[in-house]
Design a protein around this ligand. Structure first.
Ligand code: PLP
Length: 515
């Protein structure tokens, strides 16, 4: 079967006859059906006695049909999940070049620390006198993050980058409302190259979004910002380094223009991994910025969590920071959960934040030290530039030879004559055992390929990655189309109809009618 771009969707078709097996398994790559397809209604992995006769008190609400849960033996259930887990590509399995994501190595030391019972087995409603260590760790991490960013206040509770954006923008909204400008300042500026969460955040809390063009050099100019400014503008949301992997060199002038117009500067700090220890957002005029602990300070992420997105705030926004925060009363630490007459906008979450992520982040920070964190930034930038210059004789870069920060961006102009697309190239990487880079983002670059190697890859692993991409690029330019159009050949599934999967997702299994 072919998908709507004419690419094969299943293994065993086209040129893969040689991989046909009776079971559908290909050695360690095993087929796995849905648990509902393998399970049986009359089987169970547990052995419990029939309950003695009882009278249901559910009345009309009592279930009158089978619940339909799949029954499996214990080995079947275990194998199902282990096999599924082996279909995942992970940072522990190989280089993960996804841009705008910072997929770095998660040191095992962090995991060991996060599993200490004093951190792992506590409950958010425990009396604070019994969790002083956890509070001390949280408040140490808060202090370190404020020091590194040069900011005055912090909210630790947001649970992801996007949640941090929401927190920072709600603080900005509260500050504007406190000035009595809530009804009139309702526009947020967002550069064209921004991550989709930025305009989504602004829109979610009732701002309208005004797009600021990205210049030909991939950055935002103070002039472009000034011409979008007006008394109705509440804030700008700017990412630095931006999603093209470039440092916004005019950031201080942009901040000044915003402040002169009575507006705030929200910085998306997801790319802090490129500048930690080198530049402090507080010195650049930033009013609020989230830090993705799960990108910059290791801690695993992906698949929807867990993450942590503490937000640092300037002096002007500090009074609007949400509760709770930690204070020292004599020798003990305590939470401030409520402030009488405060301008704070409330709280972001039921409790205090992601304890496990805090432990991993501080373990990463303390084991690196200030010099080590600075070196991590430098190495991340060095790795990205090494990739950039190792490939730019074959692949085209949208913004010329300007050095990049932590990620190297290519476009698809170099593929033009081959008739192949960015997607074809990415799929061929899967056959070589690599997770593809981020593709078609940022949107301002045609057929974008965004590669972020991070600091944790050795030169040997970068060299193998580069040689693989060079081999693929030469083969694309040499007209070996099939290597790309038929890719991936060796993955559990081949090309799916991604548009249909997104537009008409089938999220529910329906039992097939008996034959
Ligand atoms: C990852 C990212 C976000 C969102 O962070 P999450 O933790 O995934 O919610 C926002 N902006 C940029 C630039 C990012 O890279």
């Amino acid at each position: 079967m072919l998908n709507n771009q004419g690419r094969p969707t299943r293994s065993g078709e086209a040129s893969t006859a040689d991989t046909h097996t009776f079971t559908g398994n290909r050695a360690l790559d095993m087929e796995e059906a849905l648990i509902f397809e393998t399970g049986r209604l009359d089987a169970t992995g547990v052995d419990i006695d029939e309950p003695s006769a009882f009278v249901s008190r559910l009345g009309a609400h009592a279930r009158n049909s089978e619940i339909g849960l799949p029954g499996l033996s214990e080995p079947e259930a275990m194998r199902h999940y282990v096999r599924l887990s082996r279909k995942n590509y992970s940072i522990d399995a190989g280089l993960y070049p996804l841009g705008s994501c910072t997929m770095k190595h998660n040191p095992r030391l962090n995991e060991k620390m996060a599993r200490l019972p004093g951190f792992a087995d506590i409950h958010p409603l425990q009396p604070t006198s019994t969790v002083q260590g956890a509070l001390e760790l949280t408040s140490d991490l808060a202090r370190i993050l404020m020091t590194m960013t040069g900011m005055s206040a912090i909210a630790m509770s947001p649970k992801a980058g996007a949640h941090g954006e929401l927190c920072g923008m709600m603080a900005i909204k509260a500050a504007i409302e406190a000035r009595g400008e809530g009804a009139t300042r309702n526009v947020v500026l967002v550069p064209e190259s921004a991550h989709g969460t930025n305009p989504a955040t602004a829109a979610l809390i009732g701002f309208s979004v005004r797009s600021v063009p990205t210049g030909a050099d991939g950055t935002v100019s103070p002039d472009a910002v000034r011409s979008a400014l007006g008394p109705e503008v509440a804030a700008i949301m700017l990412t630095n380094p931006n999603t093209c992997g470039l440092f916004e060199r005019e950031i201080a002038a942009i901040a000044q223009a915003m402040h002169e117009a009575g507006a705030f500067f929200y910085c998306d700090g997801a790319n802090f991994n490129a500048i930690m220890g080198k530049a402090r957002p507080g010195d650049l005029g930033v009013d609020a910025m989230h830090i993705n602990l799960h990108k910059t300070f290791s801690t695993p992420h992906g698949g929807g969590g867990p993450g942590a997105g503490p937000v640092v705030l300037s002096k002007a926004l500090a009074p609007f920071a949400p509760v709770p925060y930690i204070v020292a009363r004599g020798d003990t630490l305590d939470f401030v959960e409520h402030i009488e007459g405060s301008q704070a906008f409330g709280r972001m979450t039921a409790f205090h934040g992601q304890m496990g992520m805090f432990v991993r982040a501080i373990a990463f920070i303390l084991s690196h030290g200030a010099d080590g964190l600075k070196q991590a930034s430098e190495d991340a930038v060095l790795s990205a530039n090494y990739i950039r210059v190792s490939l730019n004789d074959l692949m085209s870069s949208p913004f010329g030879d300007r050095p990049c920060m932590h990620e190297a961006l290519f476009d698809d102009r170099w593929l033009k004559e081959t008739g192949l697309t960015t997607l074809d190239f990415a799929k061929a990487m899967i056959d070589e055992g690599y997770h593809p880079m981020t593709v078609y983002f940022p949107l301002v670059v045609h057929g974008a390929m965004l590669i972020e190697p991070t600091e944790s890859e050795s030169k040997a692993s970068l060299d193998l990655f580069i040689m693989t991409l060079r081999d693929l690029a030469l083969s694309a330019l040499g007209g070996e189309r099939e290597r790309f159009t038929a890719a991936p050949r060796r993955a559990p599934r081949r090309r799916l109809d991604e548009t249909r999967a997104a537009r008409q997702p089938v999220l529910k299994w329906t039992k097939p009618a008996p034959a």
